[in-house]
Ligand binder design. Sequence first.
Ligand code: SF4
Length: 262
Amino acid sequence: MERLGVGDLARIERRVVTCRRCPELRAYCASVAREKRRAFASETYWGKPVPAFGNEDARVMLVGLAPGAHGSNRTGRPFTGDASGDFLYPALHRAGFATGSKAAHRGDGLRLRDCLITAAMRCAPPQNKPTPQQLRNCFPYLLAEFDALPRLRVVVALGSIGFAASVRMLSERGFTFDEKRPRFAHGAEFSARNAHRVITLLASYHPSRQNTNTGKLTRSMFDAIFSLAAAAVDGVPGAVSRSPAQARPSSNRERSASSETR
Ligand code: SF4
């Protein structure tokens, strides 16, 4: 893929939606869209690769795993229409990164502020388990999205696969980390530097139903992650290296209207 630059998110989105690099995944997503879950039998599923949600002004990038078969693969927007989104968007709203807490479909009017949501994969893999080859196929889109965010300061990786993709993304763009081998752990923070800027990488458990229903990821744990993200974005001294438990409670922060997203 040619290197896309600033202002190219719309072009990236057009390429993502028509991508056929993983024909087996396109076939799987289309079959899920045809067969549907009974609860959504009256809906028309998206059934295609799911593009990022956000715009070029974002200073925070969230990197998840992949669309859910009956969530994003149904609605066409990341974390929209499933239990993960029901946990994520309220947290983003409490932290001031989203205009609302409910995400139902692409036309629901929800806006992000200063934030872009993407994933390691843009097609739903069976059992949420992408193959290494599928991850490699999709990685250029993550790099392209990174290149399209000139103000980016914080990457929040949701889950170990999103974390690995985030580390690779930053490494490919010449960033080196304060730790030789960044390892995934909930609440872990890393500074990534290149010649031009410093980006904070935060790791969080994925807000999957499995993690939230079992208490592995609680509301307060998740809020602490976004408090850290907000502090790092604003350049609060000492934001990096504090543990989430020490972070201030998040609040609805005023963010510039210019950084609102579709
Ligand atoms: S997973 Fe990514 S690379 Fe594979 S078909 Fe979907 S959009 Fe293309």
